[in-house]
Design a protein around this ligand. Structure first.
Ligand code: SF4
Length: 316
């Protein structure tokens, strides 16, 4: 995990009141990472000088995912230009982009022998294109060095900068994910640097630019949202033609982050899954430990199968 002290990692949250971290219910307990494969994944990440959201966000699934050599690479540095109330990635003035990063990420993907890779990034509002060209380069090098690997990206909103989405779509990832994160009512406190309708519009435009891409979006629950607000987000995502929705429990990284309103029960996650399927998503993942990239490879295979079935049905 990162060695940056908390007060330097989140300087903007220094004066926030302390929200005591609640004890997790039994259904959220995870095992400490100890496997040999976990260590191998960690070594490859270190040797290539890479960052992962698994570590930076303190993801509870790291033991399970890294044991399967599934890591989500976080590109464009380890410092984000935004300061969302839920996120544990460090905030501040980022370093210039590392021009070697696209090759290094692609080399790590090749070494890990991944069938499916997820690439995400910090927000880089300081860059003229929000980092779109860098994303495109990473996709390009992975295609070159690992032609059999399918590529999923989880992007920021690029601050709606001209041409950014087009640049990334032209690089042809297999899955374009952009998280809506929470219900619109909670944006001012949880995701103050972003706009709900900008995120929806991004997802809609991606699908219009290339209808063959799969689109995906996720939200956290347990932040104080109401069930009917989640249902409305589902409707909005379907109106944007999003294929795959992920729903997981928000976990509070430090006492300076947004407080958990409540732990949503496994039964409620199942009921969200039923609701989402009824609304027509091709794929739904809804459980306390669901994260955007959790089981992403298996889910991608199922997503492809679901589309094939849907196409066969519409062809009559
Ligand atoms: S769920 Fe995603 S972020 Fe968490 S450990 Fe797995 S790959 Fe990493």
């Amino acid at each position: 995990m990162t060695s940056v002290p908390e007060r330097l990692r989140h300087p903007e949250k220094r004066n926030n009141p302390d929200n005591p971290i609640q004890r997790k219910p039994d259904w959220i307990r995870v095992k400490a990472p100890t496997s040999k494969q976990y260590s191998e994944t960690r070594d490859i990440v270190r040797e290539n000088g890479l960052h992962t959201v698994c570590e930076e966000a303190g993801c509870p699934n790291i033991g399970e995912c890294w044991a399967k050599k599934h890591a989500t690479f976080m590109i464009m540095g380890d410092t984000c230009t935004r300061a969302c109330a839920f996120c544990n990635v460090a905030t501040g003035q980022p370093n210039p982009l590392d021009p070697m990063e696209p090759v290094n990420v692609a080399a790590a993907v090749a070494k890990l022998g991944l069938e499916h890779v997820v690439i995400t990034s910090v927000d880089r509002d300081d860059l003229a294109d929000g980092g779109a060209e860098h994303f495109a380069q990473v996709i390009g090098y992975i295609r070159e060095m690992s032609p059999g690997t399918t590529i999923e990206i989880l992007t920021p909103d690029f601050m709606n900068k001209d041409g950014a989405i087009e640049t990334v779509v032209e690089a042809r990832p297999d899955v374009f994910n952009h998280n809506i994160e929470t219900v619109p009512r909670l944006y001012p406190t949880i995701r103050p640097g972003a706009r709900y309708f900008t995120s929806l519009e991004l997802l809609s435009r991606v699908k219009k630019l290339d209808p063959t891409l799969f689109t995906k979006s996720g939200l956290m629950v347990g932040l104080g949202e109401e069930k009917q607000e989640v249902a409305q987000v589902m409707d909005d995502l379907r109106a944007a033609d999003v294929d795959f929705i992920t729903i997981g429990q928000y976990l509070q990284p430090t006492p300076k982050h947004a407080a958990i309103d409540r732990f949503v029960t496994p039964d409620e996650f199942d009921s969200y899954a039923t609701l989402a399927r009824g609304k027509g998503f091709l794929m739904v993942a809804s459980s306390p430990l669901t994260r955007s990239s959790y089981h992403a490879g298996d889910d991608f295979r199922r997503l492809r199968e679901a589309r094939a079935v849907q196409s066969a049905v519409s062809a009559g």
